[in-house]
Design a protein around this ligand. Structure first.
Ligand SMILES: Cc1cc2nc3c(=O)[nH]c(=O)nc-3n(C[C@H](O)[C@H](O)[C@H](O)COP(=O)(O)OP(=O)(O)OC[C@H]3O[C@@H](n4cnc5c(N)ncnc54)[C@H](O)[C@@H]3O)c2cc1C
Length: 247
């Protein structure tokens, strides 16, 4: 939108569909944000919106501003020669003087690398919690995605939801999620097991390594939210150097 506002020639190349990570959110997920000023559009004043409202807004903006976005076009390589970049996409080559990489961080969901992880009951994103009722579900992770999934699943009919997190407390999660999860735990709507790691995923159960030793828990579905692996190979291939940063 900034490029369009400044009358620059540009194109957005998107390997999938408009929405990026937001498209992968669970249905009706509440997105929390700060007010933001969008070029060509103005201020977005809300601090909360549902996934669907946000996508509707993006689409309305795109329609009104006639942004040039090529969807389903993956960039597989970027080379630099004679003062310009040549991008190879799944359908063509595009040249540009500047390239902005906004690839997201999700990349490929990080796996736990434990026996049984290949079972079909194991997933790395939750689209619709309402499809689960009367199930024993394990959610693995301690970030906002894990907590929101656990709360969504525990809000359905008669699910027994356990959240396993390897650290001893949640850190850097949104205040609203912290309040929610504390409330669910105190009302015994879900169980949180801190300092625990998944050891094995079995057909009808899951084996956790906890502070009190091994614990086998009845299980029908596993949702893993252990972050994502950066699209490292692609970044390396196009010549981006990465350095470890001490925070
Ligand atoms: C479950 C969940 C809940 C969240 N909740 C919130 C929240 O409430 N509030 C909040 O502020 N943030 C939230 N976040 C984080 C937020 O969604 C992300 O920070 C944000 O979407 C990142 O936007 P982005 O444009 O940087 O990346 P993305 O949305 O990931 O977009 C990157 C795009 O690049 C495309 N792409 C990647 N590689 C290529 C390639 N080689 N060629 C072409 N296209 C490519 C991808 O297909 C993708 O569409 C949440 C995240 C998750 C997973």
């Amino acid at each position: 939108m900034t490029a369009q506002e400044k009358n620059l020639r540009y194109i957005v190349l998107e390997q999938g569909d408009i929405g990026g990570t937001i498209l992968q959110y669970p249905r009706a997920k509440i997105v929390m944000t700060n007010p933001v000023e969008l070029p060509l559009w103005g201020k977005l004043k809300f601090t909360e919106a549902s996934k669907e409202q946000l996508l509707e807004l993006w689409n309305a903006i795109i329609e009104k501003t006639k942004l040039k976005i090529a969807t389903n076009e993956k960039v597989s390589n970027i080379q630099y020669a004679n003062d310009e970049f040549t991008l190879t996409t799944s359908t063509r080559q595009v040249t540009a003087r500047y390239v902005i990489l906004a690839l997201g961080r999700r990349g490929t969901p990080r796996k736990l690398g434990v026996p049984g992880e290949e079972r079909s009951k194991v997933t790395y994103r939750l689209i619709d919690a309402a499809t689960h009722n009367n199930e024993h579900i394990m959610v693995v992770g301690g970030g906002d995605s894990a907590i929101e999934a656990a709360i969504g699943l525990a809000s359905q009919n008669n699910n027994t939801v356990t959240l396993s997190y390897r650290k001893n407390e949640f850190s850097r999660i949104k205040e609203r999620n912290k309040t929610h999860i504390d409330d669910f735990v105190s009302r015994k709507k879900l169980t949180v097991i801190f300092n625990s790691e998944v050891k094995e995923i079995r057909e009808d159960s899951i084996l956790l390594l906890t502070q009190n030793g091994e614990q086998e828990i009845k299980n029908s579905y596993v949702y893993i939210f252990a972050g994502g692996e950066l699209p490292n190979e692609f970044l390396k291939k196009i010549g981006i150097q990465m350095h470890a940063q001490v925070v």
